[in-house]
Design a protein around this ligand. Structure first.
Ligand SMILES: [Zn+2]
Length: 462
């Protein structure tokens, strides 16, 4: 049975480009878009035995957004006063002792809050980089996986890791890190149990050592070998700050990109979070190796790490997606808010100069593409990030009478989503399943969930 969304405004992909189509209808069944065409062509078919007909004249339909980097558990330490005004390394040093005490319940509740924020911003697929597995605690990847399953989001769950403690020259305290062999064994366990390699998969497992300053080189090598053997993606943080660059030069005698290249850690099966501090030659290197990049502008600005060269990366042909990053360095999970920051920060990099001709400014379409097709390309998911026949039935429906969009949506619906304050979707579908209805999550009570996290924070941070 199919569901018909009738007579609406759709941001559909036509000949590879997102286009606004007015008075269109589309049908979906079995988790995929089955038909798409002018509403007039469906007028005579309204009496067909549709499962449901949604009359959607008052809605703007966008492909579901794809978030390529997150740490869902970090909702438990967002806005934490002691690290509100710190840069990355000091921020991490201030947070490790709190994350050291995490347990299944804390991770699960915080992850549900982060996922709720994503869904309520129209995001239907997220990557999650979970690297905190404190010894002698009951945190396993299932704490996040259970949250994703309960709320209904599509997920790339990254089995992260930290094994290079302060005693061995790394950043995290020794009581926060795991042993290399334990990490590899658990990667095998979660791959066997949960990885779905097929197109339209609702969950995939990616392998993701945390970053050059908290993982051993041996674990980078072993994880890469396992990922290539199993045909899964590799993910890590890279070139986020100058502190990291200094760490790599002092410890490994090279810059971060070369550190990865030496480990055979660049390629079409790799996507890297941040890539803020890149030379022109390194941008070319990422393009030549077809390595993906997750651009996290809000987090980079929050931590004063600087601004990644997103337009240069795109111009070089790198697959670039958008990430909100963890809630402790963004404090909000709206992918549309991140898209706006991506656009504005890219324009900031092109601020007027008397010395050179003004370059053409990036457009709202640039940011929209990062949040949709760019993210899908980053995750190697051709079936996601666009709305067209054969794509996954992942989409968000925004009310055109939302005050945040008023006026703008009548001029330019696509630009309105990027440039205005992020609206809340009326409905969101993941694989054809309704996960938001009337602006509310369908699977859990949003206010009860928020109160549960507030209570947990008050208990644990009293
Ligand atoms: Zn991150």
């Amino acid at each position: 049975m199919a569901t018909l969304v009738h007579d609406t405004t759709v941001i559909a992909t036509v000949q590879g480009r997102a286009c606004v189509l007015h008075h269109y209808s589309f049908a979906f069944a079995d988790g995929r878009i089955a038909e798409l065409g002018p509403a007039t062509g469906f007028e005579t078919r309204l009496d067909e035995p549709w499962d449901t007909v949604i009359h959607a004249e008052h809605l703007l339909v966008s492909p579901g957004f794809v978030n390529t980097h997150h740490h869902l558990y970090q909702a438990i330490t967002r806005c934490l006063p002691s690290v509100q005004n710190e840069r990355l390394f000091a921020w991490l040093r201030g947070l490790y002792p709190h994350w050291r005490t995490l347990d299944y319940r804390a991770v699960n509740v915080a992850a549900k809050v982060s996922i709720a924020e994503l869904l309520l911003s129209g995001c239907t697929t997220t990557s999650d980089h979970h690297y905190m597995f404190p010894p002698r605690r009951d945190v396993q990847l299932e704490a996040v996986l259970d949250a994703a399953t309960e709320l209904g989001i599509r997920i790339h769950l990254c089995r992260g890791s930290m094994t290079l403690g302060a005693g061995a020259g790394g950043l995290p305290p020794d009581d926060c890190v795991e042993q290399d062999t334990d990490v590899v064994a658990d990667c095998v366990r979660v791959l066997d149990a949960y990885h779905d390699p097929y197109p339209f998969a609702l969950r995939r497992i990616d392998l993701a050592p945390c970053s050059p300053f908290n993982v051993s080189r041996e674990l980078m090598r072993d994880t890469r070998a396992l990922a290539r053997e199993r045909g899964v993606l590799l993910h890590t943080h890279l070139a986020e700050t100058l502190d990291e660059e200094r760490f790599c030069v002092e410890r490994y005698g090279c810059r971060p990109v070369q550190f990865l290249a030496d480990l055979d850690w660049l390629g079409p099966d790799v996507y890297l979070a941040h890539c803020v501090h890149l030379s022109p030659a390194e941008i070319t290197q990422l393009a030549d190796t077809n390595t993906g990049v997750s651009h996290n502008p809000t987090s980079n600005l929050r931590l004063a790490s600087s601004i990644a060269p997103a337009t240069d990366l795109c111009a070089a042909g790198v697959r670039v997606g958008l990430g909100v990053d963890g809630a402790s360095s963004n404090d909000g999970g709206s992918i549309l808010a991140a898209a706006k920051v991506a656009l504005l920060s890219a324009r900031h990099r092109m601020a007027e100069s008397l010395d050179k001709p003004a370059p053409e400014l990036p457009t709202p379409q640039f940011a929209f593409d990062l949040a949709t097709s760019g993210g899908a390309a980053c995750l190697g998911r051709a079936e996601l990030g666009h709305l067209s026949v054969g794509a996954a039935a992942d989409f968000a429906m925004f009310p055109v009478d939302d005050i945040a969009l008023a006026g703008a949506v009548a001029h330019d619906p696509l630009a309105a989503l990027v440039l205005c304050d992020a609206p809340r979707p009326d409905r969101v579908y993941v694989a054809g399943r309704e996960v938001v209805r009337d602006g509310r999550l369908t699977m859990v009570d949003e206010h009860a969930l928020a109160n549960e996290l507030n209570t947990l924070v008050r208990e644990r941070f009293a």
